[in-house]
Design a protein around this ligand. Sequence first.
Ligand SMILES: [Cu+2]
Length: 338
Amino acid sequence: MVSRSIITSLSLAAAAAASALPRAGSACTSPAVRKEWRELTSNEKAEYLRAAVCLRKLPKEKYADIDAVTTRMDDLVYTHFTLNTEIHFVANFLPWHRWYVQLHEDLLRTECGFTGTQPYWDWSIDADAKDMPNSPLFDPVTAFGGNGKNTGSDEPGFQRCVVDGPFANTNLTLGMGWPNLNDPGNRLHCFTRAFNGGEGNDENGDLIIGDMQAGAYNSKVMDTIYAFEKFSEMANMLEGLPHAQIHSVIFGDMGPATSPNEPLFFLHHGNIDRAWAKWQGRNATRLADYTGFQDRNKAIHASINDPMPILELADTEPIVKDYMDIQAGPLCYTYSSM
Ligand SMILES: [Cu+2]
């Protein structure tokens, strides 16, 4: 155990030096810049995709007793899925996902040699262009691949798959979530998406894609969110409208609480985090504004000193107040557009 922990800390130190990110204990003088996907160079895109695939191929390090958890990404997926009601539609939604996206970025760096920073996806650009289904984020060569396609297979879980891009079905078989989320037993399935416009099915039984509910996440909606004065009002609309609609219009693996199975989850949540940071504006009042409830029954008031639940995913429970400011404490980053 001793030698193993030394090796681990050496490799962590090496990775930290390589990425040169100032972190806890030192002032955040040169924050890492998280860029919109379209702002990345071809090499930066390829590097992110490489590292994201890598993390899905590494073996798990947590949850020894849970058979459905097999890969390193499953460690993250299982945590998010199991904590579902403790981290969604409760006060800690924003700080918890801020911690989680940072943890994912750290794992890309320390375990897959990632040299970039976490990109985000400003889906308002696609919504304003009324062209969400053709977003460059779905490019089969330079990005995350497109909508799922019928495969002709009669194997449950393998009938509709993402067939192009670096996460195509040949490359990624998932052990948790879609298609039988609420049924016990085998949930092995290909990585899938099922774009939809929330308008039901056409005469062939296919989901109507339409504009994929662009009116729920265009820049007009975001401006309404930015105009709120109070954290709780801003956070409720941000989570309930654009955040939730992006999950449901992409659907497939992006739909259920196992949604970190979908690689775009981390770019989507990067953008949700950006919206919060933009609203905060590093304004002292807003950096301290944290209200709401710990539970969905609204019985226990939330406090900025609350620890956040993480199961086995990390060694120490993060405290909300350490995740309020993206340029203090354990965090040191900014966004290319704020
Ligand atoms: Cu979530």
